[in-house]
Design a binder for this molecule. Structure first.
Ligand SMILES: *Cc1c(COP(=O)(O)O)cnc(C)c1O
Length: 393
């Protein structure tokens, strides 16, 4: 069994490139050039330099003494929250802005939900001095105003998506429309392991720096290069894909993916895509998708904007089908409480997305000597208002 993409862009039955004809040349160019560009030593030199001096990599692998003692097992956090701009998303935007440069594109478009991917994209566009347009649902523009201000300050233009539910999937539709209208000089930086082939594979490769570092850090700290358990939250799946990448073929590593249950998996207000979804096509890719009997997309709900997506990267649909990964869903309420727990126990205020992952400490049994690595995908600054209102701080 393989968990790498095949030459047609599929993970098992999921993936592919279901795109309008107008986008065919763009996707074709990307497909034909991405492996060669990413594999070149010129690209790798620039990528590694920026990851080190701009992003601040390698990120620490941090052992939590207090949580380990309390839950009777060995708990580590891979600290992507310490990346520049506060989350793992910058690993991917650095990779894609360089790719755009090598392909001769000087106009960047992106979609964003909570604004984290928008800020990461606007930052690397400023870094490279290229034009940046970020599509964002008008509802999200209102509720994520600090990130809108950040993007503007970084020189990006924020354009409102006013169709549908006026959130992430609508912003993605607008970005795709823009790309169709501006095929020549524009590169579309997708923010997760979603979209048509080769995006899921390309974004996974850029994020795989996380598991690459982890193998060395575990070897140094524990004398072996792999953990017993890996745990990550899954929205589209990019932080999870990065954490798992070098361990997917190692059966000794047990993998947990944690989705957002929202108000409860069967409450009608949930984003537990792999539990509720059926195969369908969203944003150019065949994957598990929350939809009603007519195939209309079901609006997702999660308290964390980063997990509030009705689909999931095709790799994760495959991990679910093959049972390579175990899927769990953690509610809004439990995620908030786990966020508080990590804050009080370790002095780390996590993004609410990240907080979901900790739910396995309650739902699963671990042994004293087990090594568990959590992906700490982002910091909680962006969520402070939500924490304040929820806990009446
Ligand atoms: C965007 C985001 C996520 C969800 O996206 P993935 O592609 O599933 O990683 C998770 N955590 C944080 C902090 C994010 O900003």
């Amino acid at each position: 069994m393989t968990f790498k993409v095949d030459s047609n862009g599929y993970y098992g039955q999921y993936g592919g490139a279901f795109i309008p004809e107008m986008l065919y040349p763009n996707i074709q160019q990307l497909k034909q050039s991405y492996l060669q560009i990413i594999g070149s030593s010129a690209f790798q030199n620039e990528f590694q330099q920026l990851l080190k001096y701009y992003v601040g990599r390698p990120t620490p692998l941090y052992f939590s003494h207090r949580l380990s003692k309390k839950y009777g097992t060995k708990i580590y956090f891979k600290r992507e929250d310490l990346c520049h701009t506060g989350a793992h998303k910058i690993n991917n935007t650095i990779g894609q802005i360089l790719l755009a440069k090598y392909m001769g594109k000087d106009r960047i478009i992106a979609e964003t939900g909570a604004g984290q991917h928008g800020v990461a994209t606007a930052s690397v566009c400023a870094l490279m001095g290229v034009k940046c347009i970020v599509y964002m649902g008008s509802v999200d523009i209102k509720r994520q105003s600090p990130n809108v201000a950040r993007m503007k300050m970084l020189g990006a233009e924020v354009r409102a998506a006013t169709s549908g539910s006026k959130t992430l999937k609508d912003a993605t539709n607008e970005a795709i429309r823009d790309w169709i209208n501006n095929p020549e000089k524009t590169h579309y930086i997708i923010g997760s392991v979603v979209g048509p082939h080769p995006y899921p594979d390309m974004v996974s490769r850029f994020q795989s720096v996380i598991s690459q570092e982890l193998t060395h850090q575990l070897e140094f700290l524990e004398g072996r290069s792999f953990p017993d358990y890996l745990v990550a939250c899954v929205g589209g799946g990019s932080n999870a894909a990065g954490l798992f990448y070098h361990f997917l073929d190692n059966p000794k590593v047990t993998i947990f993916c944690v989705e957002a249950a929202g108000h409860g998996v069967n409450s009608g207000k949930s984003a537990a895509t792999t539990q509720l979804g059926r195969p369908g096509i969203i944003h150019g890719s065949k994957t598990l998708l929350m939809q009603n009997a007519d195939g209309q997309i079901q609006e997702p709900h999660s308290i964390s904007a980063g997990l509030d997506y009705p689909g999931v990267g095709p790799l994760f649909a495959h991990l679910k089908d093959t049972k390579r990964a175990h899927f769990r869903a953690v509610s809004d309420r439990d995620a908030m409480l786990w966020g508080l727990e990590l804050s009080k126990m370790d002095g780390i205020i996590p993004a609410i997305e990240t907080s979901h992952a900790l739910g396995v400490l309650e739902s699963e049994k671990f042994n004293k000597d087990d090594i568990i690595v959590f992906g700490c995908s982002g910091r909680g600054d962006k969520d402070l208002d939500t924490y304040i209102n929820y806990f009446e701080l």
